[in-house]
Ligand binder design. Structure first.
Ligand SMILES: Cc1cc2nc3c(=O)[nH]c(=O)nc-3n(C[C@H](O)[C@H](O)[C@H](O)COP(=O)(O)OP(=O)(O)OC[C@H]3O[C@@H](n4cnc5c(N)ncnc54)[C@H](O)[C@@H]3O)c2cc1C
Length: 385
């Protein structure tokens, strides 16, 4: 059967691209190997889908080429997606920092996309496995349901995160098959595992901190897990963390600890109890036991006070690895942006072949940016095919 365009992957980007191309009168087929489309949308944002971020800008993305995302983001903005959400009467709210969530359920976003695809007369085949892709005059996509032909082929199969709901390396394999470069993929927006520290007894404790790697800092909660750290500040910094690099954690980011300790120089209180007034007691005790000598404050000299304050202001932590793709919200890396047109997402080497969404080397921060990239890149391709 012949189509104008075949889109492989019925996730956020694939469905939105099909809608956009279908509205322009293109005959579109979407192929999805799962029995249901959009499974990641359903589990996103804790079931409420953080579908965009009002403050989206290129600085919220990580890519080998930080300029690549600009064109697509400027031509389909958070306001554009919000207009669509409103037109489907989906109630939403701003959680914080421009993050928009469905009030009821992520299912509403998926239903909206499916309704839009149906209106645009895009054909969706689920449970469809792609066996082979080749290109002669047209692209030929061989599947368990037969061979489909099209002038344009859009790869929207996402990254490697959450393999249990259908993530595959299909996009990277197709890119390699057609001679396109890949930026090595790795898990991101993911908890980190300590190299040596053992803070298992702190699992479950959350505190606000300023977390930094290189020039990037995020101030939000960190959460101790059985093996390492999680929480929004850690997930955010995982986008920038390089293996074997230390991360700096500033505990008590609003306090001048040196001044507080100085002001309590006469106190007979021991350091762990004093810190326990500022931090959860279990954390204060564990940090003191591991990092300091637990003296009464009136027995600490100025050097010890300075060192204690400095170590909590710039707690240097080494991590061995991430918790991996099973716990990562996204995949860093992907199809090298050098290979693609930033206006259309079309391959420069292989005319008619497009890559959109998470399969491309553009990864957003936590907070709705990854879906906005899916919508914007899908729009760019959907307008071009
Ligand atoms: C738990 C979790 C929560 C998240 N929450 C948010 C959030 O609230 N806000 C946000 O912005 N981002 C969130 N993300 C990230 C966001 O879901 C992704 O960045 C986004 O879904 C990427 O869209 P995509 O269409 O490129 O890929 P996907 O949505 O992953 O879609 C890819 C599709 O391709 C299909 N596919 C894969 N291989 C094949 C194949 N070989 N043949 C056919 N089909 C195939 C998959 O089954 C899937 O349906 C979350 C991610 C996770 C894992």
């Amino acid at each position: 059967m012949r189509f104008d365009a075949i889109i492989i992957g019925a996730g956020a980007a694939g469905l939105f691209c099909a809608r956009q191309a279908g509205r322009r009168g293109r005959k579109v087929l979407i192929l999805e190997h799962n029995a249901q489309p959009g499974r990641k949308i359903l589990i996103s944002g804790g079931g409420r889908c953080n579908f965009t971020n009002l403050q989206t800008g290129p600085e919220n993305f990580v890519s080998k080429n930080p300029h690549f995302c600009k064109s697509a983001l400027s031509r389909f903005t958070p306001a554009d997606f919000l207009e669509l959400v409103r037109s489907h009467r989906i109630e939403y709210y701003e959680k914080k920092l421009g993050q928009l969530f469905c009030r009821e359920s992520a299912r509403q976003i998926l239903e909206m996309l499916l309704t839009e695809c149906a209106r645009a007369k895009a054909e969706l085949r689920t449970g469809c496995t792609v066996k082979n892709v080749s290109r002669r005059e047209l692209f030929e996509v061989e599947t368990n349901e037969g061979v489909f032909f099209a002038e344009k082929l859009v790869i929207a199969t996402g990254g490697l995160s959450f393999p249990k709901i259908g993530a595959t390396d299909f996009g990277y394999r197709i890119a390699r098959q057609f001679g396109l470069k890949i930026v090595a993929p790795r898990p991101s927006l993911v908890p980190l595992v300590f190299s040596v520290e053992d803070f298992g007894r702190l699992a479950g404790i959350a505190v606000e901190a300023l977390v930094s790697a290189g020039k990037h800092s995020f101030r939000e909660n960190i959460l101790f897990t059985h093996r390492g750290l999680s929480g929004p500040a850690i997930l955010q910094i995982s986008n920038y963390w390089q293996k074997d690099e230390e991360i700096s954690i500033r505990l008590l980011p609003d306090r001048d600890l040196a001044a507080l300790l100085e002001a309590n120089r006469d106190s007979k209180q021991k350091l762990d109890n004093f810190l326990g007034r500022l931090l959860p007691q279990r954390l204060a005790e564990t940090l003191t036991a591991k990092m300091f000598s637990n003296k009464p404050l009136n027995r600490m000299n100025s050097r010890e006070i300075g060192e204690t304050a400095e170590r909590l202001r710039d707690w240097r932590v080494r991590f061995r690895e991430t918790e991996g793709y099973h716990k990562a919200e996204v995949t860093l890396g992907g199809v090298d942006t050098d290979e693609l047109s930033s206006r259309t997402m079309e391959s420069k080497k292989v005319p008619g072949l497009y890559f959109i969404g998470e399969a491309v080397d553009v990864t957003g921060w936590l907070g709705g940016y990854n879906f906005q990239w899916a919508w914007s890149s899908a729009f760019a391709a959907g307008e071009a095919i």
